[in-house]
Design a protein around this ligand. Structure first.
Ligand SMILES: [Cu+2]
Length: 148
């Protein structure tokens, strides 16, 4: 128990110190970030990205946030009685060294709820992803209609 507490404190301190240092993005590559242009009248939409682990150890995506929605959650899709449902991912996703975590339509996604009314008029926004032990990383994302 004592060891766990120490690690928790260390991680928090580490996160805080790295927060102001965007160079830590060297351990992770973010690509293809985009946010689905919200349908008229909709209060929610989703964000997508590919996250590649460039480090030599497991990384864990633990949270997402953005200034353009009140709530942002990590979601996945599961099949329940032949119906696709969304589930919030509480514990995050582990990304093994060299592996890419894909957030894409129909699968894992960043759920954005309580979105700003003017999001549909924006060309791009910023998503922030929290990698455990690294902290928040700001990722520019294009706002675009999905390819149907
Ligand atoms: Cu969702």
């Amino acid at each position: 128990m004592k060891i766990t507490t120490c690690i928790a404190i260390f991680t928090a301190a580490f996160c805080a110190s790295v927060f102001a240092n965007p160079l830590t993005i060297d351990q992770v590559k973010f690509s293809n970030a985009w946010v689905k242009k919200p349908m008229p009248g909709m209060a929610m939409t989703a964000g997508f990205v590919d996250i590649k682990n460039l480090s030599g150890k497991d990384l864990k995506l633990v949270a997402v946030r953005t200034s353009v929605s009140k709530v942002a959650e990590l979601h996945t899709m599961v099949m329940v009685d032949k119906v696709m449902q969304m589930r919030q991912i509480i514990d995050g996703w582990v990304i093994a060294p060299g592996q890419t975590l894909t957030l894409a339509p129909g699968g894992n996604h960043a759920m954005l709820m309580g979105i700003d009314a003017d999001l549909k008029n924006k060309a791009d926004v910023e998503l922030e992803f929290n990698i455990e032990g690294i902290g928040w990383i700001l990722v520019p994302a294009a706002v675009q209609a999905p390819n149907l």
